[in-house]
Every structure is written in C-alpha cells, then in structure tokens.
Write a protein that binds this ligand. Structure first.
Ligand code: GTP
Ligand code: SPV
Ligand code: MN
Length: 588
C-alpha cells in the first residue's frame, strides 16, 4: 500500500504532469549528477544558466544566472492563507484558502511538462533534535534541488522517518514560466503546506527557509509555546574562555551573516557561528532559552563581502568540500572565471555582468546585482560552533533587535524589563534593502525584523513574545543595535564588521553583571568610557553622535509607531501602548 507521502507526491504529479519523478537521496554522487544535469539541461528562456567557475581558486563552485525579473523576494505576491483574515492580520496578504488553491491549481496544471519533478526529503534541524521537523519539497528546478541540499539536511532517512505519518511539512514548487504575473507564494498554515510558482529565487523557492521555518513555524510556535525568529545565533568567547550565546534579529541585508561570522578585532575574543538567518527558540526544562539553527547553509549577500569585511565567509566560499557552492547573479571575472562583485576587491579588467554581457563601468550600472547571493554549506565555515550539531541547541543570554538607520537609532540601547524588551523589538523601523523587490532605502516599520515573515497577526505575535516571560527562569538581556548611523556627510560613524565586537564586549559584561549603564528616555546606553576603544582611531565626537538622542526625531518616530500599532486595532496588546506612551512621556 502506498504511504500518505507517496500518495501526496502522486497527486501533485497528476496535476503538474512532469515527464518523470526522481526521489533524491542526498548522496555525494547525486550532488555531482545534479550539477551536471544543471549545466547541461537547465535553461531559462532557452539560455543555459549554469556554468562551472574556476575550480582551483573556488573549488566545487558554480555560477547561476536567474531570470532577470526573478532576483529577490516578492512580498506583494506572498500570501498567508488562514481560514480567517484576522488570523493573518494586516501584516500579511490574505486570500481564503479555497480561492488560493483554485488559483494555484489553474496555474500549476501541467506546469512541469517536459521536466523532471525532484522529490526532496529534508530535515529542518538536526534529526536527533526534539525540535526538528521532517519535510518534503517537490520542485522542477535543478538549481533549487541543489540549493536545498546545501541549505538543509537532505537524506533518504527522512522518507523513512515520515513513514506512514501524514503530518509532514509539504512544499510544492515550480518555476512555471517565470512570468511575474503568474508568480505566487502561498502558505496554508493549517496544513503545513507551502505552494510556490513562478520564481526560482531563494526565499520564494527554497521552501524550508522563510516559508516554512519562519511563516509556518512562527504560527506553530505561537500555538505550541516557542519562537521561530529571523535571527543569527552566535557564541562570543571572551578572554576567560567563557562563551556567551547571542541571538540577533536584523532585517534582510542588514548584517546578520556578517555578525554571525565576525572576526574580532579585540584580542582574546572569538565568535563561533551557529546560524546566520533563522533561530528556533524553546524554553528548556532548566528555564533557559535554547536556540537551534534549523539550516545547514548560508544563502548570503555577495556585494560587500571581502577578505577585509568578512574573511571567514571568503574562507567558507573557497573551501570546496562534499557540497557544491553556488553564486547567483554575481558578475564574473572573464580572465580568471572567478565570481566577482562590488566591494570584493579591486576592479578586474574584463567583467561579465549579471546579465551575461561585457560590463562597461562607465555606463553607471552595477556589474553584480545588488541582491546577488552565494549558497554555501555551513560545514565549510572555519568558525562553525562546536555546538552546531547539538540537538538541544545553545542557551541564549542576550537578544539583539537591529535596524539599518542612518539617523536616530543609537549604536546600542538596552531594554529595562521584559515588557520594554518586547517594545524594543516592536518599535523597530529599518531602511528597505535590495533583498526584496521594492524601493530601496525607505524607512518602514519592521518589528523584530519579522514584518515579511510573521505567519500570523503581528498583534498576537507581540502577545506571544510577552507571554514567554513567565516561562523563563533566566531571561536573556535584550538590546537594540544599529551599525549604520551616519554623519552630516553621509559617512558611517561606526567602522562596523570586526569592530562590532566592541559592542558585544559591553553586552557580555552586562550579561555577567560586570558593567553599569545609563538611563535615557528610550532605554539604557553604555557610559562612553565603558566601550573598549583600544586600537581604534575614530574622532571622539563620533561616539557622542552614535549615542545622541534626538528627542524631536524620536517623537516623530513615536508617531510612526503609533500609526503602525493602530492598524492592529483592539488586538494590539495594551502593554505595547503603555510602553509607547511611557516613551513619549519620557521624551517630554
Ligand atoms: P540577509 O541574507 O538578506 O538576511 O542579509 P543579512 O542580514 O545576513 O546581511 P549581511 O550580513 O549579508 O549584510 C548585508 C550588507 O550589509 C552587506 O553589504 C554587508 O557588507 C553590510 N554590512 C554588514 N555588517 C555591516 C556593518 O557592521 N557595517 C556596515 N557599514 N555594513 C555592514
Ligand atoms: C532575506 O531576504 O532575509 C534572506 C534571503 O535571507 S531569502 O532567503 O530570499 O529570504
Ligand atoms: Mn535573511
């Protein structure tokens, strides 16, 4: 008798009509074969899109060019289809589940004709973790199949694990004909099901990532009492040898990957990488907050990555092991056949841009797409935490909520109590980036960096965050951070990257009760003399500016936050209004 899984795959094949169905086993041999098929057969608009890069300097690396309209997440085409619109909330696009399915059925009918349907069995989380989830994704894109093998634990064993169970996480994905008019990413939380068509781009197509691990999982977490967050997880080892674990939420393209593998400029400090994008956090029996990274790879922003800014990522990208490494929509150095992007190193003479044309720097266009990315295995990361595979995860002592703000937000601010901590996340606003297809550099509210990823009503999400307090015996300290404040000339006031350890050092000292802080109307800030500035030569004035509190600016910000809160009507927890009003009062 067929298992529920086999029956489900068969049903989807009946609708999408592939020429063949192939069940992936996750072996190394299969990885090589998929890459070969990609190079030979994967075409977009009739053009080959996969090619081998310089295997000496970038071993096991391959280039991939996407459809030119398919370069970022498309938030306006992403829907969360709860039976009831209120459950989805004003933060999500919504459609009734039946209507959404009808629409998707029409678009998917025969969409895999002439192609192979790949069945991808994968785990989010270590198979021994009590928090791990068994998942299946179907896709007609070799690029997506290879990417999922890098980003998740893909093995045959997952099929056995699912066995006769019908409650596995389901994803149905087809690139369709890449038509942006026929592109949708639909979520059905009650069925643990994501249905995506028309895009091969990361967050739209690797359904274990944002779609499952954040949108569906955040809703599951609310029902089951845990948190699925858009957060880095890192261990910061100090000179005593102790490691303090930190989880940090920052919006897309605002510094998570760089923070997760930072190379400290302070002697005696070392960062251990647990995850760079997603954290699932549970309160353990010991009353501490434990975090796992459900992924096994990094889908990272290429532009700006260099030996100077992120040497550990450059080492990761050039390591070359069992797993292939993919570069998508970067440029290529035509003389060396190496990937290249703005901010990597000097500008080579002959560059092929992300469209595949010879690049003319004088034309004023970037050679690499600003959201060009690499997909690389975490197992190649030289700073991978020894606890990466720990089924229980790591115990979190501090949480960051970070924004990208040229003005207003200080380098670091600490929350005063749990309710204020939640407000620190809820009041977040950040400048938009190229990670999603919208205008860049516009400030929008982005609570906890979860606006595009919270799979249910955000008012309920705040309530959920508030409710976690009573389960915690050891509460993490919570901070808001901003590496991106600029001066009058638009220059960054803070050197960032490896220098961010100076801020982490203060955080570690706060966690261990070794240092004080001073109160302001928006929270606690360090006394300037407590920040370790050894070996850093920046104007003394910069530090003052980094912590300056512009009261009028914050009052305007309060107005913006109020507008946002109002959208949630009576569902918004009173505690958040109390905090907003208290902040306004303190600002005078
Ligand atoms: P997603 O993968 O979209 O979630 O992005 P992310 O949050 O992981 O951001 P990432 O670390 O890839 O950084 C995004 C951009 O910000 C890159 O161009 C980085 O070079 C830049 N960036 C990261 N950290 C810093 C920093 O401390 N200071 C400055 N000035 N720029 C930074
Ligand atoms: C982000 O946009 O936050 C990313 C890339 O990490 S994606 O996986 O496409 O969402
Ligand atoms: Mn991200």
């Amino acid at each position: 008798m067929a298992t529920p899984l086999e029956r489900w795959v068969e049903e989807q094949a009946k609708l999408t009509k592939p020429d063949s169905v192939y069940w992936c086993d996750g072996s190394e041999e299969e990885a090589r074969r998929l890459v070969e098929i990609g190079i030979k057969e994967e075409k977009i608009d009739g053009h080959s899109v996969f090619s081998e890069l310089n295997q000496k300097t970038f071993p096991r690396s391959y280039y991939h060019r996407s459809h030119p309209t398919d370069v970022a997440r498309t938030e306006h085409l992403t829907y969360v289809c709860h039976p009831n619109q209120e459950t989805a909330g004003p933060n999500n696009n919504w459609m009734p589940p039946d209507e959404a399915k009808e629409k998707m059925r029409a678009l998917s009918d025969g969409c895999m004709k002439g192609k192979t349907m790949y069945v991808l069995p994968y785990m989010m989380g270590h198979p021994d973790s009590p928090y791990a989830k068994a998942c299946i994704q179907l896709t007609d894109s070799v690029y997506v199949a290879i990417s999922m093998r890098i980003m998740t634990r893909m093995t045959k064993k997952v099929t056995e694990k699912i066995g006769n169970n019908k409650n596995f996480v389901k994803g149905l994905h087809s690139v369709g004909d890449f038509d942006p008019e026929k592109r949708f990413i639909m979520h059905f939380p009650d069925e643990q099901f994501v249905w995506s068509i028309g895009s091969g781009y990361g967050g739209n197509a690797l359904l274990g990532k944002k779609c499952f691990s954040l949108r569906l999982a955040s809703y599951l977490g609310m029902q089951e009492g845990w948190l699925a967050e858009h957060m880095v997880i890192l261990g910061a080892q100090d000179p005593s040898g102790d490691t303090t674990y930190i989880a940090a939420a920052l919006p897309s393209a605002c510094g998570k990957t760089n923070l997760a593998m930072m190379e400290s400029v302070l002697p005696g400090y070392k960062i251990w990488t647990v995850g760079d994008d997603i954290a699932w956090m549970n309160v353990g029996e010991d009353g501490r907050l434990w975090a796992i990274n459900p992924e096994t790879g990094f889908f990272g922003v290429a532009c700006g990555t260099s030996k100077k800014t992120n040497p550990n990522m450059m080492k990761t990208l050039t390591k070359g092991t069992f797993y292939p490494t993919l570069f998508t929509n970067t440029a290529i150095n035509a003389d060396t056949n190496e990937p290249w992007w703005e901010g990597m190193n000097g500008v080579p003479k002959n560059i092929i841009d992300w469209h595949g044309n010879k690049w003319d720097p004088a034309a004023g266009e970037k050679a690499a797409h600003p959201n060009s990315r690499f997909t690389v295995s975490a197992y190649q990361c030289p700073t991978l935490s020894p606890l990466f595979e720990n089924p229980q995860g790591v115990p979190i002592s501090a949480i960051f909520f970070g924004s990208r703000r040229m003005h207003l937000n200080p380098l670091i601010v600490e929350g005063m109590n749990w309710q204020h901590n939640v407000f620190l996340g809820a009041r977040m606003g950040s400048e938009t980036t190229a990670a999603a297809s919208h205008k860049e550099g516009v400030i929008r509210r982005d609570p906890m960096a979860m606006l595009p990823f919270c799979g249910y009503n955000m008012a309920d999400y705040f309530k959920h965050w508030l409710s976690v307090e009573k389960k915690l015996v050891y509460k993490p300290r919570v901070f808001s951070i901003n590496w991106f404040r600029t001066d009058e000339d638009g220059e960054y006031l803070w050197p960032g990257f490896g220098h961010n350890i100076r801020v982490l050092k203060w955080v570690i000292d706060r966690v261990h009760g070794r240092v004080g802080a001073q109160e302001t109307p928006i929270g606690l800030i360090p006394k300037i003399e407590d920040l370790d500035m050894q070996g850093l030569d920046i104007p003394k004035d910069n530090l003052k500016k980094l912590f300056a509190i512009d009261k009028d600016g914050w009052l305007r910000e309060a107005g913006d936050i109020e507008e946002f809160f109002k959208k949630f009507g009576s569902r918004m927890p009173k505690a958040m209004w109390d905090e907003l009003n208290a902040m306004k009062r303190k600002l005078g």
